[in-house]
Design a protein around this ligand. Structure first.
Ligand code: PMP
Length: 441
């Protein structure tokens, strides 16, 4: 390859030429088990015939009609299906081209809501450390990953970050999980009081933290208390389900398992399953109603928002998730994956924690299991695991910097929902060899 592509990929990497089910093949004929769906994207695996047919069918009719002039059957069909399966109170869908766009739209919608409802002083966002909400400037400002923010700090709007709900590292000895969850959630109330409730418009969080932590769910009760605090202070709750949504955790929306409904929720990755770039922001009828009854429309838009090809792909993916009964399968295979991970790594001297929900699992690597001391970040162990896994023919998603870039290494696993039990065995065996090779390197 000439190597003119500029970005994360480079000519030094293998060239992906085809995909089938849970495997990707490169130009040299090597096959890779996709143990992370890229970055929790390929939930249906590669080359799904129904999704391909839906995209072809839409392409044969019309590829694009600008949303300033038209809606499309594809966009309406997808929105209907999303809302029919959305958390209570969530009634409207705004289609976008990815996760960062969805988060940007969510933040702007929250701001416009308070303008429409006569509270123009509300403009602050509270988020959490150890979170990722995207790479565009608004989403990056919300995110709590110190390393990603550092270079762009002067460009980022000021955002408050409270601690994440991260049981493995932040629950104190002798503290019950429930007490810890309440303590972690109550930080939000303290921060609201510090800023002045009348200035705060939204709290944003990932129900299960993905890229920045490695599949960390909140403890039971945490989000219920968060919901109460937001309601008490009239603050909107934005849940970022770009990574953990669309069935990844075993329910269509991860927040269903926390027993709460958000005011705004963002989804992306698994919505297009990698077949098309698509994201969505869903909001409550209350928010939509305030805007419709006020200035009339959300002051936002992108050229490709509601793109018919992307919407057709999203509709086919969601139909497959629901119609093929993949949600119970995610729950069952998720248990099988956890069992295999426990059997393989449960006693491993450098695996501190195995966590997650459904087919969204994380492993935290530690230098010392007893003290939970992380490895020296200079070792870049996560990068070594990624390289060793590729050499084994496995794609997994390792990352470093668990809290504000200071702690540890983790590996995120998010295989396609169609992964078989044998392939789960293949995944854990390859991962085990890759971790040992990385530790020895
Ligand atoms: N939010 C979350 C929770 C994510 O995991 C990501 C992507 N990793 C984003 C937002 C940004 O999505 P995108 O890369 O599609 O812009």
């Amino acid at each position: 390859m000439a190597g003119h592509v500029f970005g994360r990929s480079s000519a030094a990497m293998p060239t992906a030429v085809s995909g089938e089910g849970c495997y990707i093949r490169d130009a040299e004929g090597r096959s890779y088990l996709d143990g992370s769906g890229g970055a929790a994207v390929s939930c249906l695996g590669h080359s799904d015939p129904d999704v391909r047919a839906a995209i072809h069918d839409q392409l044969d009719r019309i590829a694009f009609a600008h949303t300033g002039f038209f809606t499309s059957e594809a966009a309406e069909g997808l929105a209907d299906l999303l809302i029919a399966n959305a958390p209570e109170g969530v009634e409207k869908v705004y289609l976008l081209s990815g996760g960062s766009e969805a988060v940007e739209a969510a933040i702007k919608l929250a701001r416009q809501y308070f303008l429409e409802t006569g509270e123009p002083e509300r403009h602050r966002v509270i988020a959490r450390r150890q979170s990722y909400h995207g790479n565009t400037l608004g989403a990056l400002a919300a995110g709590g990953n110190a390393w990603r923010r550092e270079k762009y700090a002067p460009l980022l709007v000021e955002t408050s970050h409270i601690a994440p709900c991260y049981e493995y590292r932040l629950r104190e000895d002798g503290e019950s999980a429930e007490d810890y969850g309440l303590r972690a959630a109550n930080e939000l109330e303290d921060e609201i009081a510090r800023l002045g409730p009348e200035t705060v418009m939204a709290f944003i969080a990932e129900p299960v933290v993905g890229a920045t932590a490695g599949a960390v769910p909140a403890v039971r009760g945490y989000f219920k208390r968060i919901r109460e605090i937001c309601d008490r202070h009239g603050i909107l709750l934005i849940l970022d389900e770009v990574m953990c949504g669309m069935g990844r955790t075993g329910t269509l929306f991860a927040c269903e398992q926390d027993g709460i409904s958000p005011d705004i929720v963002t989804v992306a990755k698994g919505l297009g399953a990698g077949y098309m770039p698509i994201g969505a922001m869903l909001c409550s009828g209350r928010i939509f109603g305030a805007i419709e009854g006020g200035s009339g429309s959300f002051q936002h838009g992108h050229t490709y928002h509601g793109h018919p090809l992307a919407a057709a792909a999203g509709h086919a993916v969601l139909s497959a998730i629901l119609g093929r009964e993949l949600l119970p399968q995610v729950r069952q295979r998720g248990e099988a994956l956890t069992d295999r991970l426990q059997a393989t790594f449960g006693q491993h001297p450098h695996v501190g924690d195995i966590r997650g929900r459904g087919l969204f699992r994380g492993i935290e690597l530690v230098a010392d299991r007893g003290t939970k001391a992380p490895f020296d970040p200079e070792l870049k162990l996560h990068a070594k695991v990624k390289k060793a896994a590729l050499a084994e023919g496995l794609i997994c998603y390792p990352a470093g910097g668990t809290i504000d870039g200071k702690h540890g290494d983790h590996i995120l696993l998010a295989p396609p929902f169609i992964i078989s039990e044998d392939q789960i065995g293949e995944l854990t065996d390859k991962l085990s060899r890759a971790i040992d090779a990385a530790l020895a390197a």
